[in-house]
Design a binder for this molecule. Structure first.
Ligand SMILES: Cc1ncc(COP(=O)(O)O)c(C=O)c1O
Length: 414
């Protein structure tokens, strides 16, 4: 994995150049473009700060990145080709450098979030099974674990497909392979023939990461045709950097698509989900009815702000691969520090060792400390677990304050 770090000056130069290649509403006569010129009473185009702020200027210029530009390239909307090129560069960087794809072998787009990216994958696979095999909805199962994000059942519900939910193991919250076999047997008995499978690169609550090879070989014991999607919404911007030899990427022949989320670990603004898929698949959701859009549209969302792609492009280029790896390793060191203290206190917790999520059993855990430090419970009303996510603002000093308070409570109760 390698990409070069760019200086702030160079980042500014590249983004401004991209914006200059987009259409300029103030300088050209456009009376039919289906795009939004921001309200001039409330959005100021003449603030001096905009000359120094490429992301803010992109928001003000408001490019619409509708469509999938890795797929349609220069046939996408010509008005915004400058910033679309940076989106294409971003998708290629993530696919090849972070998720080990061969150059130019991946399509993708910036989605509003991980939810859409996960549903986009289910939608593509449903259409593929229907188009290629004439599959009926009840023959296409959507398979995920009980710890998977709620976008899984949401997608199954929207698409009218049966859900197959696999248990996870109590000790590490990874997929339970015995239960997988049981559920697959039941699914086959019910007439399911095709599967859209999602594995996790870090579940929302436990940060657990599934292993693909055992799942793949069990799936192969059956007669299903299946496609594997990786939900790396939580883990995608940390796990590949802290565990570079992991196999949840395009170097694995069974991985077909991946979700990542910039608005989690990457600290990008909301609206920065990412969908990646091998080439040859996006067309299963191309809407031919989108005839007024150059290059048509294959995404679930339609119009979307180009500023979101620019934000992630800027962050990744600003750090470079080395800088981002160091950033991730620093978070892992702080997470290790917290786990060591929990071990010393004999508290039960769950943690995937290359992740920055620590999920502590709520049993005997002081509720007032969970409230004071704003830990997130797995269930707001009745938590069994409380989660800590070690982000840059979770400093060693804050962790020590938390640990010291916890230590006092444990001693008093001993
Ligand atoms: C593992 C996982 N997948 C998907 C999502 C959905 O992401 P979003 O809220 O961006 O739609 C989340 C959100 O927390 C998540 O943790």
């Amino acid at each position: 994995m390698y990409w070069k770090e760019l200086s702030k000056k160079e980042i500014k130069r590249r983004v401004f150049k991209a914006l200059n290649s987009n259409i300029n509403y103030d300088q050209e006569t456009l009376i039919g473009v289906p795009a939004s010129y921001l309200d001039r009473m409330h959005f100021y185009t003449d603030l001096p700060i905009l000359k120094e702020a490429p992301y803010l200027l992109t928001m003000i210029n408001n490019p619409n990145h509708i469509g999938c530009h890795t797929l349609t390239k220069d046939k996408s909307e010509e008005y915004f080709q400058g910033t679309q090129q940076l989106e294409i560069e971003l998708i290629e960087l993530l696919a090849t450098q972070v998720f080990k794809a061969q150059p130019d072998s991946t399509d993708g787009y910036i989605a509003p979030g991980g939810t859409e990216a996960n549903i986009q994958a289910q939608w593509i696979y449903r259409n593929y099974f229907q188009e290629k095999h004439g599959a009926l909805p009840h023959e296409i199962g959507v398979l995920y674990t009980e710890d998977a994000h709620y976008s899984m059942p949401k997608g199954a519900n929207l698409l009218g497909l049966p859900a197959i939910v696999i248990k996870t193991k109590a000790e590490d919250h990874k997929i339970d392979l015995e239960d997988l076999r049981i559920q697959l047997t039941r699914a086959a008995e019910k007439g399911i023939k095709y599967l859209a499978v999602t594995l996790n690169m870090a579940t929302t609550i436990f940060g657990s990461v599934d292993e693909i090879d055992p799942v793949d070989s069990i799936l192969n014991e059956f007669l299903f045709e299946y496609k594997i999607h990786i939900d790396a919404a939580f883990g995608g911007f940390i796990y590949p950097f802290t565990n570079p030899n992991n196999t949840l990427n395009f170097a694995h022949p069974s991985v077909n698509s991946i979700t990542i989320d910039g608005h989690k670990m990457l600290q990008a603004p909301y609206g920065t989900g990412i969908f990646l898929i091998r080439k040859g698949w996006m067309n299963y959701t191309t809407s031919n009815a989108a005839k007024y859009v150059s290059g048509l549209d294959s995404t679930l969302c339609g119009s979307r702000s180009g500023a979101n792609a620019i934000a992630m492009w800027m962050i990744l280029k600003g750090y470079g691969s080395e800088g981002w790896t160091n950033y991730c390793n620093e978070l892992i060191a702080r997470t290790d520090h917290l786990c060591k203290a929990l071990d010393d206190l004999g508290l039960l917790y769950c943690r995937e060792k290359h992740m920055n999520i620590v999920t502590i059993s709520a049993e005997n855990f002081p509720v007032h400390l969970a409230d004071k430090f704003h830990l997130v419970g797995d269930d707001k009303e009745n938590p069994s677990w409380y989660k800590v996510v070690v982000m840059p603002h979770v400093t060693l000093e804050i962790l020590d304050r938390f640990i010291n308070k916890l230590r006092l409570e444990v001693w008093v109760n001993e």
